[in-house]
Structures are given as structure tokens and as C-alpha cells.
Design a protein around this ligand. Structure first.
Ligand code: B12
Length: 210
């Protein structure tokens, strides 16, 4: 049977088939599902996050690692009752209206999931009304908006304005290549993070403070 260390290594190297095999072998050997997730699968992504942030890993490798981790989680998830799956908070995330870029947003979503958050990923080209409807339905602690174009980043303000108009209690964070802390302050966002690993830290900080 594979040990946690080699499962973690398979996640880091993005070896999806191997992660599947090793996870299934661990399940068959009676290892607890949550231990497989925390000590094997998520442990791998916890190493990938900082490596990506430091420039030691690149986007394609991170996506492969995240995909490999997700393949393992798929095997284990049915064995865990919903209530046992620990979640440290709910995050809603989407790319704003007019913008079709989603690689970075999906990385953020996957990193948040591997960090223990429940993530509702709305997708791309999401108008303010749709963000607001989803906030009412899912009641997240944080809503994350992504934009990669200097034209669509202006649509982030629309979302924040509508959230305020409706009096919804939710922290708003923003990100994407053209976004800065200065812009976040300007449109009244609660936070900005330059990359996926920092986004996880930011969400933890905001939810701890609320
Ligand atoms: C891939 C790509 C595309 C793909 C998108 C595929 C997809 N599924 O996403 C396609 C080909 C579809 C595309 C289309 C276009 N693109 Co384009 N694209 C890119 C490119 C090369 C890479 C973007 C990317 O994925 N980066 C990698 C990810 C990991 O980085 P990231 O998105 O920045 O995300 C990180 C952080 O920003 C942060 N983050 C991201 N989102 C969030 C959200 C939150 C809440 C937080 C906290 C953090 C966070 O964390 C992420 C991980 O670390 C960039 C160039 C570049 N260097 O950025 C151009 C770029 C963004 N595109 C550009 C343009 C102009 C276009 C088009 C208009 C081209 C055209 N003429 O048709 C169209 C627009 C389509 C549309 N309406 O959106 C320009 C934008 C210029 C500008 N300043 O506005 C860029 C900068 C290229 C350039 N130099 O001209 N594009």
C-alpha cells in the first residue's frame, strides 16, 4: 500500500492515474478517508501553493497537481458524510461580466478548496445581478471576483455597489493580473490578493475577523 508521503509526491508531480491508484489502495486497506485527504492529498497542494507563489512551479504544473488532487478526492468523497467534511467557510467566486478568462480564477478556487473552504464557482462572464442572486442563495462569507482585462475590471465596482445597495453581509475580494491594492481600495473591496496562495491567506484572515 502507498504511504502518505508517496501520495503527496504524486499530487505534487501531477500524476493523476497514480494518485487514483494510491488513493484506492489506501481506501481498500482501511485508511480513514479524512486522513487520506488531509495527510496525503491536501498535504500535496499545501506544498504546491508556496512553490507556485515563489516561482518554483508554473501554471501548467499547478493545474496538473490540482487535477490529480481532485481525482483522489473524487474517490474518497463518497465515503464521507457531508457533515463530516470539514469546511472552514464558504466562498463564492466568479469572473466578472464581459470577461472570459478563468485559468487564474479556477486556480484560486482549487487552492481555496484544498485549503478547506467550500467553494461555489459561478464561472465566467458573470453580471452583478447573478453574483447577488448567488450570494442570497448560498450565503457565503466571502465573494471573490476575477478580471483580466482593464475594461472588465471596472465591472467589479458594479458588483460591490449592488451588494451594498441590497445590504448584503459578505466580504468582497478581488484579483487578476491588472488588479492592485490601490484599485481594491478605490472601489471599496475588502481585500486583494496577487496570487492563489495569498488568496487563501486573505480569506482566512477576513473570516477570522468577521
Ligand atoms: C490565457 C489568456 C487568454 C485566453 C483565456 C483562456 C481562459 N480559459 O482563461 C483567451 C485566449 C480566451 C483570451 C482571450 C482574450 N484575451 Co487574454 N490572455 C490570456 C493570458 C495569455 C494568460 C492569462 C492567464 O491565464 N494567466 C495565468 C493565471 C494563473 O494568472 P491570473 O489570471 O493573473 O491569475 C492569478 C492572479 O491574478 C490571481 N487571481 C486571479 N483571479 C483572482 C480572483 C481573486 C478573487 C483573487 C483574490 C486572486 C485572483 O490568482 C491567480 C493565480 O495566482 C493573458 C496574458 C497575461 N500574462 O496575463 C492574456 C491577456 C489577459 N488577454 C488579453 C486580451 C486583450 C484578450 C482578448 C481581448 C483578446 C482578443 N483580442 O480577443 C480576449 C478577451 C476575451 C474576454 N472577453 O475575456 C490582454 C489584456 C490586456 C488588458 N490589459 O486589458 C492580456 C494581458 C494579453 C496582452 N498582453 O495583451 N486570453
Amino acid at each position: 500500500m502507498a504511504d502518505f508521503e508517496s501520495l503527496t509526491q504524486s499530487v505534487i508531480s501531477g500524476r493523476e492515474a497514480q494518485v487514483r491508484e494510491q488513493t484506492a489502495a489506501m481506501v481498500a486497506a482501511g485508511v480513514k478517508p479524512l486522513e487520506i485527504i488531509n495527510q496525503g492529498l491536501i498535504a500535496g497542494m499545501n506544498i504546491v501553493g508556496p512553490r507556485f507563489k515563489n516561482g518554483d512551479m508554473f501554471v501548467p504544473e499547478v493545474l496538473m497537481a490540482a487535477k490529480a488532487m481532485a481525482a483522489g478526492i473524487e474517490i474518497v468523497r463518497p465515503l464521507i458524510a457531508d457533515t463530516d467534511m470539514p469546511s472552514i467557510g464558504k466562498i463564492l467566486i466568479g469572473t466578472v461580466r464581459g470577461d472570459l478568462h478563468d485559468i487564474g480564477k479556477n486556480l484560486v478556487a482549487m487552492m481555496l478548496e484544498s485549503g478547506g473552504f467550500t467553494v461555489i464557482n459561478l464561472g465566467i462572464d458573470i453580471p452583478a445581478e447573478k453574483f447577488v442572486a448567488a450570494i442570497k442563495e448560498h450565503k457565503p462569507g466571502v465573494v471573490g471576483m476575477s478580471a483580466l482585462l482593464t475594461t472588465t475590471m471596472l465591472n467589479m465596482k458594479e458588483v460591490i455597489d449592488l451588494i451594498n445597495e441590497e445590504g448584503l453581509q459578505v466580504k468582497c475580494i478581488i484579483g487578476g493580473a491588472p488588479i492592485s491594492q490601490e484599485f481594491a481600495d478605490e472601489i471599496g473591496a475588502d481585500g486583494y490578493a496577487p496570487d492563489a496562495a495569498s488568496a487563501v491567506e486573505l480569506c482566512k484572515k477576513l473570516l477570522a475577523a468577521s
